[in-house]
Design a protein around this ligand. Structure first.
Ligand code: FMN
Length: 366
């Protein structure tokens, strides 16, 4: 019997050869938002290793939508042109290519994580004025500097929405199969969705529906330019992991609204909105796959589960027990680009065509 993890899946015009995915991970290896040789190796190696779905890192819709100067961007042709051969390479080995488009909001203007991730000083020429739902800094009392953001006006909001649309059009030109809107980890769209950050008094703040307005309007505009036969995903922090924050019930409701707008799959991450919530790779990450199952049941949408997945049997069980449709891995994919091949062996699945032929011909059956 074929392991569930290695069963194919079709969403609209996109066929996933298996349910193994690489989660988006910032590489801090871009210059002016343009992908480098590193991205070809980082993303390409997982395609060679048999990963069915590969999501490029959070990619900013504008220069000030980046987290740091080293982050990826998709607002101009040079950036799109650099991504084309990478996507073509992934396609050559049968991997579905996805990209996560994002705005960093009040968490932008930082040094790269490799350099400590702190916000840059106000007079640092590599920094910029951050933005958010209000003029409240991420951690005003913390030991690390966090810039005070500018509260976005409605005109600013509309401009950023158009930047998401422009990025989506460029992603289409590059040849991506799946586009993901990043609404997690405390970045701009999530900072509007969560009551922990958004205390606005206008139409973009208030109850859950009002706080979701920025996300929903943005998704609607993006869906209008992203072809119907391609997959649209939204990454949510499905739980804020902080008192009075978003709960699973809240994000299930948001998922239903997203479904109405034509979103095809939910990517279920968590945390990141406020300092007391744990970050994307904090100590409660492993709770997320079960939460993904809850979202799947509550919305009827396919979901990607992520957080602490390392083991083949664990990933297979998520698919077999209908908790998730794709098992995403971040750090485990860093440890082993050939994880899919080893998983096939562990699950006694057919190993012959998991690796690219250049390797598989020699070691695939062994
Ligand atoms: C180096 C690194 C960079 C990350 N960058 C992103 C990102 O660009 N977008 C995002 O949504 N999550 C990002 N994450 C979170 C991962 O996608 C993933 O959700 C998280 O690592 C938990 O999965 P894991 O336990 O398999 O590592 C990053 C994680 C790491 C370790």
């Amino acid at each position: 019997m074929t392991a569930a993890l290695f069963s194919p899946m079709q969403i609209k015009g996109v066929r996933f050869k298996n349910r193994i995915g690489m989660s988006p991970m910032c590489q801090y290896s871009s210059t002016d938002g343009v992908a480098s040789d590193w991205h070809m190796v980082h993303l390409g190696a997982r395609a060679v290793g048999g990963v069915g779905f590969i999501m490029a890192e959070c990619t900013a819709v504008s220069p000030t939508g980046r987290i740091s100067q080293g982050c990826a961007g998709l607002w101009n042709d040079a950036q799109a042109n650099a991504l084309k051969p990478i996507v073509a390479f992934q396609h050559q080995f049968g991997a579905v290519a996805g990209i996560q488009i994002s705005h960093s909001g009040r968490k932008g203007s930082a040094a790269t994580a490799l350099e400590g991730g702190s916000h840059l000083d106000a007079d640092d020429p590599n920094g910029w004025q951050t933005v958010g739902p209000t003029a409240q800094a991420f951690d005003p009392d913390g030991t690390r500097l966090w810039k005070t953001p500018k509260a976005l006006s409605v005109a600013d909001i509309h401009e950023i929405q158009e930047q998401f649309v422009h990025s989506a059009k460029l992603a289409l030109e590059v040849g991506y199969d799946l586009l993901e809107v990043h609404c997690a980890h405390g970045y701009l769209l999530h900072s509007f969705l969560t009551p922990l950050v958004n205390t606005r008094g206008d139409a973009y703040g208030g109850d859950l529906r009002a706080r979701a307005r920025l996300l929903l309007e943005t998704v609607e505009k993006v869906r209008a330019v992203w072809p119907e036969d391609k997959v649209l995903s939204v990454r949510l922090s499905v739980h804020d992991f902080a008192a009075d924050g978003l709960t699973l019930e809240d994000t299930a409701q948001v998922g239903l609204w997203l479904k109405e707008l034509g979103v095809d799959i939910l990517d279920c991450s968590g945390g990141g909105a406020v300092p007391e919530a744990r970050g994307a790779i904090g100590n409660r990450t492993a709770e997320q796959p079960d939460m993904a199952g809850h979202l799947r049941a509550a919305t009827g949408l396919p979901v990607m589960a992520v957080g602490g997945i390392t083991d083949a049997a664990q990933a297979d069980d998520l698919i077999a027990s209908s908790k998730a449709d794709i098992a995403l891995m971040g750090r485990e994919m860093m440890r082993d680009p050939h994880w899919a091949f080893r998983a096939a062996k562990n699950l006694s699945a057919d190993t012959r065509h998991v690796l690219a032929e250049q390797y598989g011909f020699f070691v695939g059956a062994s």
